[in-house]
Design a protein around this ligand. Structure first.
Ligand SMILES: [Zn+2]
Ligand SMILES: [Zn+2]
Length: 370
């Protein structure tokens, strides 16, 4: 009681500004009951509880902080580029590298069959690489099987000669690591229904739920190539980074590799969003047991942020049909694929349907915590 009394004397101005946590109307101190009362919804609250709400609200609505190290590019050494050639696509402008034998390749981004060899320059050395696990023949087999599952698919999409054009190309990604600490507010309700001989009663209790926590995020990927559309890359995730190896040009043999044209700095906002969303979902998952949970404020603080440059294996296929190009991309590690068939023109449809995409998103969220 003493503590409460001191609080009243010292913080009169502050009390006046307190708002009802249930409805947002101003609270008025009722001396008789020694409580704060809401004139609008009738809620009566202990001073300590109100102060607790206000403090927590102030915290969750505070400014978020994102601390990232600057990415320092590493130049290729002379010996390291010995086995690498550079190519450019005169049709779409893609600038890619690969083994010297890749000159006859088809451009993975636009399907143009005449990529041109040029001098190797302007590419930085990736920090690590996830090697291909799905080889060309099983990539072709999967694409064929997926097309066969669809009804009314033109023959071009199952044609062996076409499928042989599938090209393995590493796609540049930025990988973000950081430690996150933060908190979020949620509003939850619980309803209780009962009746007596005359009336039915419904009691609705409103709760302000504050949750705080910390999490470690490792290898949150953001693709670093403008030509590799975000929707495609998001759809074929996740990549399993436990299989990542220190970069070595030997892994490029038989494959092409794109280099980044979206800088690490430009990718930070996407990484922040992904990490924030996963973290908020994690906090929200602790509010089970309340009906109708809606989100209030949220504050996060990132520390030890580290950015690395990585290459991820992707199989690409472009099929031209009635003047339009249909593109397919397949995760070269897991075989998860995405693509666009003429019958599915309405939207970019995952091969395995929406259910799988939802599961995939859940798996991706889990994977961040590995
Ligand atoms: Zn109220
Ligand atoms: Zn091209």
């Amino acid at each position: 009681m003493l503590k409460t009394a001191a609080f009243w004397v010292l913080d009169m101005d502050e009390i006046k500004s307190y708002k009802c946590p249930c409805c947002g109307a101003p609270l008025v101190f009722s001396g008789e009951k020694q409580k704060l009362r809401c004139g609008s919804c009738g809620a009566e609250l202990e001073a300590d509880a109100v102060r607790g709400f206000a403090e927590a609200d102030g915290r969750v609505n505070g400014a978020s902080k994102y601390d990232w190290d600057t990415y320092e590019p590493r130049e290729f050494g002379r010996t390291e580029t010995g086995g690498v050639s550079a190519y450019s696509c005169p049709s779409c402008g893609a600038e890619i590298s690969g083994g010297p034998e890749m000159g006859a390749s088809i451009c993975p981004y636009c399907g143009n069959a005449a990529i041109v060899k040029r001098s190797f320059e302007g590419a930085y050395m990736p920090d690590y690489i996830i090697p291909f696990r799905i080889d060309k023949s099983s990539a072709m087999k999967r694409l064929k099987e997926n097309a066969a599952k669809k009804l009314f698919i033109p023959k071009a999409f199952r044609d062996e000669t076409r499928l042989r054009e599938v090209t393995g190309m590493y796609v540049p990604f930025w990988m973000f690591d950081c430690d996150v600490e933060g908190e979020a507010a949620f509003r939850g309700v619980r309803t209780h229904v009962w009746s007596d001989s005359r009336y039915n009663y419904t009691r609705t209790d409103h709760y302000m739920l504050y949750r705080s926590g910390s999490a470690v995020f490792r290898n949150v990927p953001v693709d670093a190539s403008q030509k590799a559309e975000d929707a495609y890359m998001d759809a074929i995730e996740p990549f399993d980074c436990t299989e990542a190896m220190d970069f070595d040009t030997a892994y490029l043999s038989g494959y092409l590799a794109d280099k980044y044209d979206v800088s690490a700095e430009e990718s930070i906002s996407r990484a922040n969003e992904r990490i924030k969303r996963s973290f908020a979902d994690m906090l929200r998952s602790t509010t089970a047991g309340y009906a109708a949970v809606s989100a209030g404020g949220e504050r996060v603080e990132f520390s030890n942020g580290r950015i690395r440059y990585a290459l991820m294996p992707v199989w690409w296929l472009n099929v031209k049909y009635r003047g339009k190009m249909y593109r397919f991309a397949m995760n070269g590690q897991t075989g998860k694929a995405v693509g666009d068939y003429p019958a599915d023109r309405v939207k970019l449809a995952a091969f395995f349907g929406c259910t799988f995409a939802v599961l995939g998103a859940a798996a991706a969220a889990l994977w961040y915590f590995i």
